[in-house]
Design a protein around this ligand. Structure first.
Ligand SMILES: [Zn+2]
Ligand SMILES: [Zn+2]
Length: 211
């Protein structure tokens, strides 16, 4: 009798372990990559790989589409407003996808603001500020551009794109900027050097926040 109870108990524990393990792996995040314009295979493949590894996500590449005309501005130079692209991505996000990441080779920009929401001064500089990427925090869409990342070796170029993709999806998951050395959520503070010095990974503290 004692043996039977023990046997049932161990079977029960086994089932609990199987069910909890199943539930933690059965519902991975679905990330959709939206190429704006002709997709660059090397970029798409490297971003797919790093997002799968970092977020244990299913990554789907959506059909390419044109950049929305209403996002175009030519204030300092021809650019697409990243805020408009985030809205465009959100509007056309398939229901099956949790987060949608737009990728473009065109220059993208936003308005830089201070903590009070006022345009950072001088306005002529920050009103239409060229960026590497932008993502809602938290939210379901983000966008990255390879326009400002190219002036380097092919390896560093791909590494930069991967880090920025991981960074923007991190914002979608609610992560703020992080001061931890090498953490991919570090603020670029207006220079690509910060991106080059950062690692590909989320630090323990950032990982803890999203798990
Ligand atoms: Zn950021
Ligand atoms: Zn961190």
């Amino acid at each position: 009798m004692i043996k039977t109870v023990a046997a049932y108990r161990s079977k029960f524990i086994l089932w609990v372990l199987i069910i909890s393990c199943y539930s933690c792996t059965s519902n991975p995040k679905q990330i959709g990559i939206q190429p704006y314009g002709e997709p660059d295979k090397a970029i798409i493949n490297s971003v797919t790989k790093i997002l799968k590894e970092t977020y244990n996500a299913n990554v789907i590449v959506l059909d390419k589409k044109a950049l929305p005309k209403q996002a175009f501005v030519n204030i300092k130079s021809p650019r697409y407003r990243a805020d408009s692209l985030l809205k465009d991505l959100l509007r056309h996000r398939p229901d099956s996808i949790d987060f949608i990441l737009g990728i473009t080779s065109k220059d993208i920009s936003t308005t830089k603001r201070d903590v009070n929401g006022n345009i950072k001064q001088p306005e002529a500089k920050y009103g239409d500020w060229g960026i590497f990427g932008l993502g809602y925090k938290p939210g379901k869409s983000c966008v990255i551009s390879n326009f400002r990342l190219k002036n380097t070796t092919p390896k560093t170029y791909i590494n930069r794109i991967q880090k920025i993709a991981v960074h923007e999806i991190g914002h979608n998951l609610g992560l703020p900027h992080c001061d931890t050395d090498k953490c991919v959520m570090q603020d670029a503070v207006e220079t690509i050097k910060t991106v080059d010095l950062a690692g590909f990974e989320l630090c323990k503290s950032c990982l803890h926040k999203i798990n």
